[in-house]
Design a binder for this molecule. Structure first.
Ligand SMILES: NC(=O)c1ccc[n+]([C@@H]2O[C@H](COP(=O)([O-])OP(=O)(O)OC[C@H]3O[C@@H](n4cnc5c(N)ncnc54)[C@H](OP(=O)(O)O)[C@@H]3O)[C@@H](O)[C@H]2O)c1
Length: 336
């Protein structure tokens, strides 16, 4: 059984712990929170007692093999760095980093710590319906583009309208719609179609100056892919991938609950399967499999790392195209 430590005590951490437990591969052992009473409360709810409010002590003295990091985006880098330096495997929530420079610095650090594995928790990549779409695309004669949508009114947007700045709507915390929900669409696009030749992002900035919503256009040699994302309204639009006379339709490009293949003859096939009740179950299983036997899963691991590298590069290039910067240093860094 692999031992798990966690950073961040919001609902998403509980969902990952539940998935990890359900996989039968993981046992939670250690909880870090900035406040010890919060760490104790969260640990107590999960039946464990090893708690910390000091990050160095958490990594030095905590009895765990891997850390799951679900903190605000801007602190992923420093926390992952500390984990790697302490020889702990890393599972970091999406987006793994705030920018390209951070991704490259972690790449270098990982090269110096070859025994440490690092995963971006891009849950949909590990889910069955995502892979079924990927496999179907390989059988289609011609791809002519896609329109992918993921827009959900955020539970924190009322606070934004009230004049507050929750982390996910803050430039300081590397927030905004593209980083938060857009990352799922970026994963779809890069995994299914590869890296685009050229990109442009047209954000709608909100009261806190992040992109409350936005439209991204990814240009491929023979088609375009449009990404619609947002956290200040709800969209009920399905998403589509266009073949010649055939089309793949998803109820939702990130949640992938229902996937239908509209054939050239007008008939439809149900392409997907019923998703897991806990959408993080598949990734919890996959990460455990790699950690338990890295040699047998080296190909998958390298493929996920490359995908993560490309997706984070794409997010950075999209923000650069919109002059949407998290720091002054980013202003001087050209898109790749
Ligand atoms: N995969 C998914 O489906 C999914 C869903 C939601 C979120 N996420 C990702 O999970 C991450 C966390 O998102 P969230 O909405 O939960 O963020 P959040 O509520 O702003 O923060 C998450 C946790 O980080 C700690 N934290 C808060 N402010 C902090 C600060 N200034 N410095 C250091 N730690 C701080 C808090 O834990 P303590 O108070 O205990 O320290 C908090 O519970 C993000 O990267 C997000 O993209 C993924």
């Amino acid at each position: 059984m692999l031992k798990l430590g966690i950073i961040g005590t919001n609902w998403i951490t509980q969902q990952f712990i539940d998935a990890a437990k359900a996989s039968g591969e993981w046992a939670l052992t250690s909880v870090y929170s900035r406040r010890l009473d919060r760490a104790d409360e969260f640990a107590g709810q999960n039946g464990v007692s090893e708690t910390f409010d000091d990050l160095d002590k958490f990594f030095s003295n905590g009895h765990f093999d891997a850390v799951y990091i679900a903190s605000p985006n801007s602190v992923h880098f420093s926390q992952a760095k500390l984990a790697i330096e302490h020889g702990k495997h890393v599972i970091v929530e999406k987006p793994a980093v705030a920018n390209q420079a951070e991704f490259e610095a972690l790449d270098e650090l990982l090269r110096a710590h070859p025994g440490v594995l690092y995963f971006e928790a891009a849950r949909q990549v590990h889910e069955e319906n995502f892979k079924l779409i990927q496999a179907k695309l390989r059988t289609m004669d011609r791809i002519q583009g896609a329109t992918l949508t993921y827009m959900k009114y955020s539970s924190r947007y009322d606070a934004v309208l009230d004049g507050q700045e929750p982390n996910v709507f803050s430039l300081k915390f590397a927030g905004g719609a593209l980083q938060d929900l857009g990352v799922y669409l970026a994963y779809d696009a890069v995994a299914w179609f590869g890296m685009p030749d050229d990109v442009a992002y047209y954000p709608t900035l909100g009261p806190t100056k992040v992109d409350d919503s936005g439209v991204a256009i990814l240009r491929y040699p023979s088609f375009n892919v449009t990404l619609n994302t947002g956290k200040s309204s709800n969209s009920y639009l399905p998403s589509e991938i266009y073949g010649l006379k055939d089309t793949i339709v998803m109820d939702n490009a990130a949640e992938l609950g229902q996937v239908t293949y509209h054939r050239a003859d007008g008939k439809t096939d149900n392409l997907g399967v019923a998703p897991d009740k806990n959408p993080m179950l598949a990734e919890a299983r996959d990460f455990a499999a790699v950690i338990n036997d890295p040699a047998s899963h080296a190909k998958d691991y390298q493929a996920w790392r490359q995908l993560s590298r490309n997706v984070n590069k794409l997010l950075f290039n999209l923000r650069q195209s919109a002059h949407l910067y998290f720091s002054d240093a980013e202003r001087d860094t050209p898109a790749e």
